[in-house]
Design a protein around this ligand. Structure first.
Ligand code: PLP
Length: 365
């Protein structure tokens, strides 16, 4: 699969230099050698999270950090508000139910961003709400939510703002401290261009205070242990140290570029992707488009699932299809992390040709 072009919104391609680095002989994690790497990576994560607050690294997929955001900051019976505009919005509701919380679900039309006024009204209607959960980038719909506006509202209440930036962090702008976001969750396999296996969570001062009173059961994800470990650049359990070593190198390049450059590059690729898709006659799906990925309707009469399958199995290009009610109706193309304009150009050439071939055999087109 050496020349295969991977354009999915996670996992995303891992640069060759990082893969080579991660293939070096394994080291032990309770050593000064590893601790220096962990310290360096953790400090640089703060640059990407745009925070001075601690960022904890969990060995697990992104969802483990979502779970950490629930179990470390709540008690059974707590009421929370969940913004649900797609598959990943639904996940916070499922997590809340799993731990005996009472979620109020704010349903958002799938192609749209949440209206901040609706969040404000929900908080006013129920002063007991302990948290507001929202995605930065809802990966199932390629919608970007206005976290800055939500933070303005939530920071004036006692509720915490929990943001799932698993795909968005490092692609769509998120100014954790400046905007006042309490918990930001991310993962290694999207814009951070690493293999799956690491999850991250940043914790604000306000959230730290809430943490002390949380009574939900937790063990592996108990952030008190991660906080204690960080004092000596140690982790409570054996970390996915190979990926951590890759992370440190990825973050060196990101830090050298600076976040503004990262954001502007993603923005340029997003614009390019949107114009290419429209040039192919595909209608864009998201009304509040993200710079991490783009979703577009497949043309009438074309089965999106089939298109994605042909691209993957016969043409060497993997894109994502739609999830849930969007299955077969849209394709999703990532332009975050290590994905280049060259990758996208090659991908679009293949998509164009494949659509032409499919149309020839489609009577309804
Ligand atoms: C990918 C993704 C997740 C899930 O992450 P896993 O690593 O599969 O656990 C959650 N939320 C968003 C927005 C995502 O893009």
């Amino acid at each position: 699969m050496k020349n295969h072009i991977l354009l999915t919104p996670g996992p995303t391609p891992v640069p060759e230099s990082i893969r080579t680095l991660m293939a070096e002989p394994i080291i032990h994690h309770r050593t000064p050698q590893y601790q220096r790497i962990f310290e360096s990576a953790t400090k640089k994560l703060q640059t990407v999270f745009m925070t001075k607050q601690p960022v904890y690294t969990i060995t697990g997929s992104g969802t483990s950090a979502m779970e950490a955001a629930i179990v470390n900051f709540h008690c059974a019976g707590d009421e929370i508000l969940v913004v649900d505009g797609g598959k990943f919005g639904e996940r916070f509701t499922e997590l809340a139910h799993a731990f005996g919380l009472k979620p109020t679900v704010l349903k958002v039309t799938w192609s749209e961003a949440v209206k901040p006024a609706d969040v404000e009204a929900a908080l006013r209607a129920n002063p007991n709400l302990k948290s507001v959960c929202c995605q930065l980038t809802e990966t199932s719909t390629a919608v970007l939510h206005d976290i800055r506006a939500l933070a303005k509202i939530v920071s004036g209440t006692h509720a915490l703002l929990i943001v799932d930036a698993i795909s968005g962090l490092g692609a769509d702008r998120l100014e954790t401290d400046a905007w006042g976001v309490d918990l930001v969750v991310s993962g290694s396999q999207k814009a951070l261009m690493l293999p799956p296996g690491l999850a991250f969570i940043s914790v604000s001062e306000k959230a730290k205070q809430r943490m002390a009173s949380s009574t939900l059961p937790k063990y592996y994800l108990d952030l008190k242990l991660y906080a204690k470990g960080l004092k000596d650049w140690d982790t409570p359990w054996t970390p996915a140290l190979t990926i951590e070593i890759g992370l440190n190198r990825v973050l060196e390049t990101i830090e050298a570029q600076g976040m503004e450059k990262v954001f502007s590059q993603c923005e340029a690729l997003a614009k390019f992707t949107r114009s290419e898709l429209e040039a192919l006659g595909l209608k864009l799906y998201s009304k509040a488009p993200s710079n991490a990925l783009t979703a577009a309707y497949v043309p009438d009469g074309i089965d999106g699932e089939k298109l994605a399958k042909i691209l993957r199995d016969e043409k060497g290009v993997t894109v994502a299809g739609g999830q849930g009610p969007l299955k077969g109706k849209i394709i999703r193309i990532a332009h975050m992390g290590a994905i280049t304009r060259t990758d996208l150009e090659a991908g679009f050439a293949v998509i164009k040709k494949t659509l032409q071939e499919m149309r020839q055999t489609c009577s309804a087109c």
